[in-house]
Design a protein around this ligand. Structure first.
Ligand SMILES: [Fe+2]
Ligand SMILES: [Fe+2]
Length: 135
C-alpha cells in the first residue's frame, strides 16, 4: 500500500501544479517502499537527493506562476517553501554523514504530512486566483 495517494480532493485547479504534486507524492512513496524493503543506504540516499532537487524545482515554478498572476501572499508562501527546503537540506546533510535510514525515517514521519497539508491549505488558496487568470 502506498504511503500517500493523490486524490482529486487535493487538486489545486492548475494541471501543471497537480502534476508536480503527484510526482512528489510518487517520490515519497518510492522512498517509503525502499525503506520497507530495507534497501541500502545508497538507494535511499539517491531518492532523497532526487526529492530535494524536484522540490526545489516545483517551488520555483509555483512561485513564478504566483508572481505572474499577482498573488498577494508571496512572502508568506515563499517562507513556507524555504522552511521545507531547509528541512530537506538537513536530511540531505544527514545522508551525507552516512545516516540515510535515520534521515529518511524523519522525513517520512514529518515532511510527508507537512507537504500534504501545504497542498491542501496553502496551495489550494491560489485556486480561485489562478482560475481568474486562466491558468
Ligand atoms: Fe506551495
Ligand atoms: Fe505546491
Amino acid at each position: 500500500m502506498a504511503l500517500i495517494d493523490w486524490t482529486d480532493s487535493m487538486s489545486v485547479g492548475v494541471q501543471l501544479m497537480d502534476d508536480h504534486h503527484k510526482k512528489l507524492f510518487d517520490m515519497f512513496n518510492r522512498l517509503h517502499e525502499a525503506m520497507k524493503a530495507g534497501r541500502g543506504d545508497v538507494v535511499i540516499g539517491n531518492i532523497m537527493v532526487e526529492l530535494l532537487e524536484y522540490t526545489r524545482y516545483h517551488f520555483g515554478e509555483e512561485e513564478q506562476m504566483l508572481q505572474r498572476i499577482g498573488y498577494t501572499q508571496m512572502e508568506m508562501h515563499k517562507g513556507l517553501h524555504r522552511k521545507f527546503i531547509s528541512d530537506l537540506e538537513g536530511y540531505d546533510a544527514d545522508v551525507k554523514k552516512g545516516m540515510a535510514v535515520f534521515a529518511a525515517t524523519q522525513l517520512l514521519n514529518s515532511s510527508v504530512a507537512w507537504f500534504r497539508d501545504h497542498v491542501m491549505t496553502i496551495d489550494k488558496g491560489y485556486t480561485e486566483l489562478a482560475k481568474q487568470h486562466g491558468v
